[in-house]
Design a protein around this ligand. Sequence first.
Ligand code: GLY
Length: 363
Amino acid sequence: MKGIIIGGGIIGLSIARELQKAGYTITVIDRQRVGRGSSWAAGGMLAPQSEGLEPGVFLDFCLESRQMYPSFVEELERETDMSVGYWKSGIFCPAYSEEEEEELKRKLETYKSMGLSGNWIDRETLEGRYPSIGREIRGGVFYPDDGQVDNRLLMLALERYARYRGIELVEFNPVKKVVVNGGKFKGVRTATGLVEGDFCIITAGAWSSEFINLPVFPIKGEMAAISSKPKDMDTVFFGSKVYLIPKKDRKRIVVGATEEKVGFAEGNTVKGILQLFTGLRDTLPYLVEKNLLETWYGYRPATDDLLPILGKTQVESLFVATGHYRNGILLAPITAKLISQLIDKGITDRYLEQFSVFRFREG
Ligand code: GLY
């Protein structure tokens, strides 16, 4: 059976890998080089607790995927003979005000009542650990089970996996149209012709609504990276003003991220970069001495209810896996598993039911 995947980001390439293992012939089609879109632009945090998600199906979904990460990474690293910088560094969420302190403590208690880990760290302790701490910071919550991966290395590994294992990559070739015949998927039309397949999965992130009617839209995020030395930071800081992610090689700290509903507006803006570095200065002021290495931006795939869209569509043999919004890197392992099981064995479950596109239907 031949499957076509539209979009070679982390979701597309992770599903391609699962289906290839299950014996399918897979073609991934991308408008640019695979792995160079929003998955490249991301920060790589694996942060269901630090994101402050409320208890419910989406938090469960994120926690399950976080749980899958060590084996997902270990297997991929073995298959590709490269490291992807997975690091269970923990994530610290600073409180910049009394209100934030209250809210962070409330969330911490909620998570503890669910059996999840976390502890409050006061300002004094932070002052003993860091050369300087932002004036407003009152302390914060540390979540030891949140972590991170080097998403760029991860994308290179998934790309390498695809090239080694015979997954066809059609790059720099935008899909113009999904071709449907009698309510059933037939193929995709690209600039160079029709590619036919037995089934198709739309994993085109923020661009997914170009192919079928989906409530998916971009939320732009601006990012930067600064130089770092190992002693600078040994955990992620993720607050309301900024996040600071020291990568495992200890040479870079990723600084993120703005959130703007401005369509596919291009470029970094002065106000975006100002916001990031004001946040950095208000959090760990000593980092203003670092060198600026890079600025970039990307587009999170958001949906009307900010939850993913996964599974079947109204067209037979046409599937979708998109709308992962702020958690695409985190949710790749579980998404790949569920979508490949659905296609290979027809298995559905509570997550696929909850995140089905049919929830948006009126009436
Ligand atoms: N996951 C972090 C962000 O979307 O900025």
